[in-house]
Design a protein around this ligand. Structure first.
Ligand code: FES
Ligand SMILES: [Fe+2]
Length: 403
């Protein structure tokens, strides 16, 4: 993030702290709870936004050398993503062209050849069919035509995007907009290395998981013994543009940092930037790395999802702290940070998500209320409603019993 933007945001946080104010959406909105339970809507979401849009499958650092690969089964299509011999990012349907067995079953690694476990047809990192046993017995096949089926793949700002539909189109100019394309170019996500990777299978709709990241109103209650120790609750910055939005949460470290000259201000010390990428991705860059959260629906079950929570470390941040702390200690510290942050999501936020889902499943409430201090929730729900062709949730100046 450019430094002038960092200063603008930090000043905003300070003004909120000093004035005991917060962001203001200008009113309240009622959100129908059916959005978390309706099977027809869940089908549309799955087909239009997960099967029908590019998805982030990881970061560039996970494919650090030719032959390195990762697999992904989150979006219906089995995906094999590789770094090919020319250093290019490629993605394929991970299905053998012989009789369709899954070719690569490991989650990640580095291989020269991907060999199908069934009859040992083998493919290179560019997807070409490079070998099959007993070709004279098998019969005449055109190897040129029987490479792994390519999927649209694009690497930008250190993020790896794959479209689960071979005929799909990746339009990152639209998906990230000018704003995120500009700002992500400053974060150097391509330098990050994967440190920990967790998956939380949770009994709540994937949008309830996204909602928990949409405000800090809950920090002083739900996270009173955890995040509230290092964050000011009820204070944040919020900006939106088209389908994009970004929050800045406020760290307690701002209290000391604001005493320094502005040139030394750092948004990752004063706050935690939270970027939302439609439909299901949250990116949170911080001092020594990045949290990536992806809330993945389970098709056919609106009341359940799996959240993938990955933590990436920035090697240059480790080096910069080498005079303060041994690299191995910092690594251990980073793993602890990752697990305690993940634990907060799993044991606090997602416990609330599951309890909200229980109420929604019961049909106990027609609507829930988004406050003036929860603008990300207003924007997120109205963004996807527009995509579904639904009326926006109206802005209300007050909520009464008749609503
Ligand atoms: S299905 Fe893969 S080699 Fe036969
Ligand atoms: Fe939370």
């Amino acid at each position: 993030m450019r430094h002038d933007e960092q200063v603008r945001l930090i000043k905003q946080l300070c003004a909120h702290l000093d004035g005991d104010t917060n962001v203001d959406a200008g009113g309240l909105r009622l959100n129908p709870t059916s959005t978390y339970t309706d099977p027809a809507q869940a089908d549309r979401e799955w087909n239009e936004w997960f099967r029908g849009m590019p998805q982030i499958v990881g970061l560039s650092g996970e494919l650090s050398e030719p032959g390195s690969f990762l697999t992904n089964n989150d979006y219906g299509t089995p995906v094999l993503a590789t770094r090919d011999d020319n250093g290019e990012f490629k993605a394929f349907v991970n299905s053998c062209r012989h009789r369709g067995a899954i070719v690569e079953t490991d989650e990640r690694g580095t291989k020269r050849r991907f060999t199908c476990p069934f009859h040992a047809w083998s493919y290179d990192s560019g997807g070409a069919l490079v070998g099959l046993p007993k070709p004279d017995h098998f019969g005449d096949v055109d190897r040129e035509c029987l490479g792994l089926r390519a999927l649209p793949a694009e690497e930008r700002h250190g993020l790896l995007f794959v479209h689960p539909d071979p005929d799909g189109v990746i339009d990152l100019d639209w998906l990230l907009g000018e704003w995120f394309n500009d700002e992500f170019s400053t974060w150097r996500f391509d330098e990050l290395e994967l440190l920990t990777s967790d998956a939380y299978d949770t009994a709540c709709n994937w949008k309830l998981a996204m909602d928990t990241f949409g405000e800090t109103y809950h920090f002083t209650s739900l996270h009173s013994d955890t995040l509230a120790l290092s964050f000011h609750g009820n204070v944040q910055c919020y900006d939106e543009e088209s389908h994009l939005h970004r929050m800045i949460l406020c760290k307690r470290a701002i209290d000391e940092m604001r005493k320094l000259p502005e040139e030394e201000w750092d948004i990752t010390v004063a706050g935690l930037p939270v970027y939302w990428i439609f439909p299901n991705v949250i990116l949170m860059p911080f001092e020594i790395g990045l949290f990536l959260v992806r809330a993945v629906p389970l098709p056919g079950d609106p009341a359940r999802h799996v959240s993938r929570v990955d933590f990436y470390l920035r090697p240059s941040a480790v080096e910069a702290r080498a005079h303060l702390i041994e690299a191995t200690d910092l690594q251990e510290m980073a793993v602890n940070i990752a697990h305690s942050f993940g634990g907060v999501i799993r044991d606090e936020d997602y416990v609330m998500g599951a309890s909200q889902q229980q109420s929604a499943n019961a049909g106990a409430l027609d609507n829930v209320v988004f406050g003036r201090n929860e603008p990300a929730l207003h924007h997120y729900h109205n963004t996807y409603r527009a995509m579904l062709g639904d009326e926006p949730l109206p802005l209300l100046q007050a909520v009464s019993i008749n609503d």
